[in-house]
Every structure is written in structure tokens, then in C-alpha cells.
Design a protein around this ligand. Structure first.
Ligand code: ADP
Length: 387
């Protein structure tokens, strides 16, 4: 049996999953508060355990994971380790086996993704040290979008400067968009023209044609596009100039864009469940935030329908997309003339796996497809090392 360890490393947390080549999850867990007094939550063959431990760094997090596996199972001897890396820049358009040179390139790309690439790198370094001789595969969030044509990836600014600094649309959530569009194609029996809406804390839309990404809403960074939990998505760049000229520092603007915007900026909370509850209770700010959220999404669906030349399915995924019938209803309401409609009972019904939430005779089917980035990373890691 071949096993794959998938590592998704954040700045102070590390998520892991152990899968076999039959795509069964053998173990999963989360190490939190790396950098001090942390803990591990581990789910293995004997159920779930939580253990507090000192976790000074990412290497200690992996050591804690190993110890927990030894004590509670399963045996941990992965044949390959797959890593989530956020930014692959222009260089990485597919998963790669990590060597020193790849590691250096990922480090260089941290200038484009200062919040996201450094933690990924910490995970890679820790895993290379913990599992010497085991191939490590980097799977990039940007890679699926490498097929976006130049007219959709080019920003209309000074071309020389853009080329020199690598300023273009890269797109993110690619592993999720790829997995979800493949599952949607399997469900429908054909890979047509899909719009996938990944609505989680981060959110992005992707136009997929014949299995390839042809447009996506995130750009150079994960700040562009849809309204998210704490990021506001599209914004006139002139607003930034205005804030900088009227006394805000670059770091303050950074915090505004990454932490004080989106649902959090509009309502005080970035958790969509709380925003829905507040709107239910008559809170006008929450109601406006939901309107802005859905209006933005509908605009992207319309634009992508135009780019794709038609639409064969609208697909919802991630925390909000999978779990909130109300948000799905707010988004699809008013799109009927373009094809997508909902069946209210199907939309409200809870379910597992890919499912149809539109009527059988809808001009454009609407699907809910649960995402599984870990599984997709495992598939890539196995495929790259099998070849
Ligand atoms: P991440 O982007 O961090 O992976 P998720 O995909 O888990 O996040 O999505 C988190 C978001 O999903 C939160 O805003 C949360 O409120 C929302 N969410 C989860 N369950 C529900 C639900 N039942 N109804 C509405 N929103 C939900």
C-alpha cells in the first residue's frame, strides 16, 4: 500500500492528512499555536484525541504529529509528502518534486505572496528534515490557472514594468477549482463550460471550459475579486492612492485590505453565519453586506458566461457555498434569465457529496460539490512521483 501525507502549513498552524492510494483517509489532524504552547487534534483509527504540547516551530509540529501517530495510530511512514504552496508565480504551472532549487524558487516567490508562501516553505523544510529520502511534492494554488489566456491574465498597465515585476493575474484556489470542476464533470457526465464559486473565508470565481481554467477572480494576490470574510475584493486602486496620500501607512493599508474589509469591514464579523443571523434580526448593515456579497458574485457569473460563450453548470463549493442555502438563493435569484435556477426543496435539503440543487428541467443546472483540496493534492503527489 502506498501512502501520501498531505501537509497544509500556515504561519501558526499545520493541517495534515494521511491517505492511501485507494483515496481512503487513514488519519488527519491539526497542530495549532505553533511558536509556543500549542496543541494537536488528531483523528486516527481509534477516534479523535487532543494533546497539549510545546510546539516551538514547524519541525516540532511534525515531530508532535509523528509522536501522536505512534501512540494512537496509524503507523506513519509516507511514501510521498504533498505540500500546499500558495504562489507558484509564472514558473510553476504544475506540481513539482521539491529539491533545493525548487525550495529556493518558492522562497523567491514570497515577494509576491508575503503572507502565504513563507509558511508553506516552513512546512516543506520541516518535512524534508523529518522524512529524509521521501519525495516531497509542491502543489501550487496558482497552477490550475496557468491556462488562462493572456487577454484575461494581463493587467492594462505599463507592459515593461508589469513584465519586470511579474504583475499579472495568477489566480488562487486552483486546487479546489480543479477538483470541483472535475467532480462536477463526473456528476454531469461531461466537461462543459462551468462557473465554479468557491465561497469560504477566502472566495473566488473561476470559469472552466473543457476542464481548463480560462478566467478567475483573484489576481496577482488573493485580494482581488469577490467579497470575502475579511478581504473586500475589487476596489478602485484610486482609493488606495487616496488613503496613502491622506496619511495611512503602507502597513495600515495592508491591514485594511487583508483584515478590515469584506464582511468583517462591512458588519464587524467575517463569519457569514453571524452576518446571516444579524440580517435575520433586522440589522441593516448585515443586509447591505449580503447584498454586496451576492451582487458581486452575480456580476462575475454574468461576465464569465459572456467569456465562456454559454454556461453548462453553475457550481457552489467551500464553507459558504456548500452549507448556505440562503446565500445560494441570494446569488441565483435574478440569474434566471441567464439559465441557472434553484429548486427550493433541493436547495434546502442537506446532503453529502455532489448534488443537484436546480430543477431537472433547469436551462443551466446548479450543483453543490464539496471541495477536497487534500485529496487533490494527494492525487497530484502520487501522479508526479509515479511518473
Ligand atoms: P476557509 O476558506 O478558511 O477554508 P471555509 O471554506 O471553511 O473556509 O468557509 C468558512 C466560511 O463558511 C465561514 O464564513 C462560515 O461562516 C461559513 N459557513 C460554514 N458553515 C455555514 C453554514 N451552515 N451557513 C453559512 N455559512 C457557513
Amino acid at each position: 500500500m502506498t501512502t501520501v501525507l498531505v501537509v497544509n502549513s500556515g504561519s501558526s498552524s499545520l493541517k495534515y492528512q494521511l491517505l492511501d492510494d485507494a483515496e481512503q483517509v487513514l488519519a488527519s489532524g491539526l497542530v495549532e499555536r505553533i511558536g509556543g504552547a500549542g496543541s494537536i487534534r488528531h483523528r486516527g483509527p481509534g477516534g479523535e484525541v487532543t494533546v497539549d504540547a510545546d510546539v516551538p516551530d514547524h519541525r516540532a509540529a511534525l515531530a508532535l504529529m509523528m509522536r501522536t501517530c505512534t501512540e494512537h495510530g496509524p503507523q506513519l511512514a509516507p511514501d510521498v509528502v504533498g505540500h500546499r504552496v500558495v504562489h507558484g508565480g509564472a514558473r510553476f504551472s504544475a506540481p513539482v518534486v521539491v529539491d533545493d532549487e525548487v525550495e529556493a524558487a518558492v522562497e523567491e516567490l514570497a515577494t509576491l505572496a508575503p503572507l502565504h508562501n513563507p509558511p508553506g516553505l516552513l512546512g516543506i523544510r520541516a518535512a524534508r528534515a523529518t522524512f529524509p529520502g521521501v519525495p516531497q511534492v509542491a502543489v501550487f494554488d496558482t497552477a490550475f490557472h496557468a491556462t488562462i489566456p493572456p487577454e484575461a491574465s494581463t493587467y492594462a498597465i505599463d507592459a515593461g514594468l508589469a513584465a519586470e515585476r511579474g504583475i499579472r493575474r495568477y489566480g488562487f484556489h486552483g486546487t479546489s477549482h480543479e477538483y470541483v470542476s472535475q467532480e462536477a464533470a463526473r456528476f454531469l457526465g461531461h466537461a462543459g463550460r462551468f462557473v465554479v464559486l468557491h465561497l469560504g473565508n477566502g472566495a473566488s470565481a473561476c470559469a472552466v471550459s473543457g476542464g481548463r481554467s480560462v478566467a478567475t477572480s483573484m489576481g496577482l494576490t488573493p485580494l482581488e475579486g469577490l467579497v470575502m470574510g475579511t478581504r473586500g475584493g475589487d476596489l478602485d486602486p484610486g482609493a488606495l492612492l487616496h488613503l496613502l496620500r491622506t496619511g495611512m501607512s503602507v502597513d495600515e493599508v495592508d491591514t485594511l485590505l487583508n483584515r478590515r474589509s469584506g464582511l468583517a469591514g462591512l458588519t464587524g464579523t467575517g463569519d457569514l453565519r453571524d452576518v446571516l443571523a444579524a440580517a435575520e434580526g433586522g440589522d441593516e448593515r448585515a443586509e447591505l453586506a449580503l447584498d454586496v456579497y451576492a451582487h458581486r458574485i452575480r456580476g462575475y457569473v454574468g461576465a464569465y458566461l459572456a467569456h465562456l460563450g454559454g454556461l453548462d453548470a453553475l457550481v457552489f463549493t467551500a464553507g459558504v457555498g456548500e452549507n448556505s442555502p440562503e446565500v445560494r438563493a441570494r446569488v441565483v435569484e435574478g440569474l434566471g434569465h441567464l439559465g441557472p435556477t434553484l429548486d427550493p426543496a433541493r436547495n434546502e435539503a442537506r446532503g453529502r457529496g455532489a448534488r443537484l440543487v436546480s430543477p431537472d428541467d433547469a436551462a443551466v443546472p446548479v450543483l453543490v460539490v464539496p471541495t477536497d483540496e487534500e485529496l487533490q493534492i494527494a492525487r497530484h503527489a502520487l501522479a508526479v512521483t509515479a511518473g
